[in-house]
Design a protein around this ligand. Structure first.
Ligand code: PLP
Length: 400
């Protein structure tokens, strides 16, 4: 292990050496598509891999490289790759790990577009999948097939906020030699580091907490040097879902405040979750920091703090839930999460609308479930807004 600084220091410094960049304090933006070779022989040598150096920005760029080094360090991995979106990252990983006829074992809930990608892989390439509650070793063992090529997990699961014990998954997967992929978007490496718990590949939608300011769409993958090099030269290079230098630059800027922001997101979410639970119009609050969360013990084991995301079920009907959202003034109705602004969305008709109703209900995504991404505003202002809109909820609306 190298001489590692603390996480809060590495979010600011890791992967960047100012003396290599005209002493610029901020990492420079190398907004270039290609690189000039001194002569033809140098071009030949670079293509042959006999000389270090950049070739073309789809294969590597200095600004992107700083981001990748920093993310690898923060997740405790050997190497990282940056992508143009979280879904470009998810697809590059799944295309790399699977071939026709393979099987993917997946957590009970996944991001809506990941669900869409699994369907696509099934329809076009006969790569099928099963969902699993992943709540015991036996259950996972029973679901693993001879052709299972990877286990794909989200924890906390979006938007139901169920947690999965990553050490347990890693243990069972190791017995069978199956790689475990974790979408760590909801936590960021500040709260949870799946590689340190024995998992193999971490994926982020960097659009969310990594960027943190609602102005970039991007993805990150972290894992072993060997696997990352393979993806770089295959499903990243040849499918081409790369990130732009400018978006990398914005992520480097956002990352500097990751630890500070996450502390605040978590502290505020904890307060708001407690207040929501006291309101008579709220049926249930699902927040891993609460004692009544079914996997509260797993949270304590594998997460530094319970996160900035809260799901809650409002009393009444779908229309009541939608009216409640419309009554909010400060809180914005928007998908995405992890921004400075507090955002609310209705998973059944928004992020998870692509999931067929039966599967959706099985996942626990009902018409009155709402997902709140607690922002960085004053918690008093956030609560005042929620409370005034909750006070307008007339329930139970189904009683004639
Ligand atoms: C947003 C999100 C994605 C997809 O990322 P994009 O950057 O929007 O492509 C994947 N997984 C989770 C958990 C997400 O929240």
């Amino acid at each position: 292990m190298k001489d590692e600084k603390h996480f809060e220091t590495r979010v600011i410094h890791e992967g960047y050496e100012s003396s290599q960049h005209y002493d610029s304090l901020a990492p420079p933006l190398y907004q270039t598509s290609t690189y000039t070779f001194a002569n033809a022989k140098q071009g030949e040598n670079r293509f042959a891999g006999e000389e270090e150096g950049y070739i073309y920005s789809r294969l590597g760029n200095p600004t992107v490289g700083i981001l990748e080094k920093r993310m690898a360090s923060l997740e405790g991995g050997e190497a990282a790759l940056a992508f143009g979106s979280g879904m470009a990252a998810v697809s590059a990983v799944l295309f790399s790990l699977t071939k026709s006829g393979d099987h993917i074992l997946c957590s009970q809930g996944v991001y809506g577009c990941t669900f869409g990608l699994l369907e696509l892989l099934n329809q076009k390439f006969a790569i099928n999948h099963d969902f699993s509650a992943m709540d015991s070793e036996e259950e996972i063992r029973a679901k693993i097939k001879d052709n299972t090529a990877c286990i794909y997990v989200e924890t906390p699961i979006n938007p139901t906020m169920q947690l999965i014990d990553l050490q347990m998954i890693a243990k069972v997967a190791k017995e069978k030699g199956i790689p475990v992929v974790v979408d760590n978007t909801f936590c960021s490496p500040y709260l949870q580091r799946p590689l340190e718990l024995g998992c193999d590949i971490v994926i982020h939608s960097a659009t969310k907490y990594i960027g943190g300011h609602g102005d970039v769409i991007a993805g990150i993958v972290v894992g072993s040097q060997e696997k990352m090099s393979e993806i770089r030269m295959t499903t990243q290079k040849d499918i081409g879902g790369i990130i732009s230098p400018f978006d990398s630059w914005l992520l480097l800027r956002g990352l500097k405040t990751l630890a500070v922001r996450l502390d605040r997101h978590c502290d505020s979410a904890d307060k708001i979750a407690g207040l929501l639970a006291t309101h008579p119009a709220v049926e249930q609050v699902i927040y891993p920091g609460r004692q009544d969360h079914p996997q509260h013990e797993i949270m304590k084991k594998q997460m530094k703090k319970p996160g900035g995301m809260i799901s809650f079920i409002i009393k009444g009907s779908k229309e009541d839930a939608q009216k409640f959202m419309d009554d909010l003034e400060l809180i914005k109705i928007a998908v995405s999460l992890g921004d400075a602004e507090t955002l609310i969305q209705h998973p059944a008709t928004m992020t998870h609308a692509v999931v067929p109703e039966e599967a959706r209900v099985k996942m626990g995504i009902t018409d009155t479930l709402l997902r709140l991404s607690v922002g960085l505003e004053s918690t008093e202002d956030i609560w005042n807004d929620l409370e005034q809109a909750l006070n307008k909820v007339k329930f139970p609306s189904d009683v004639m």
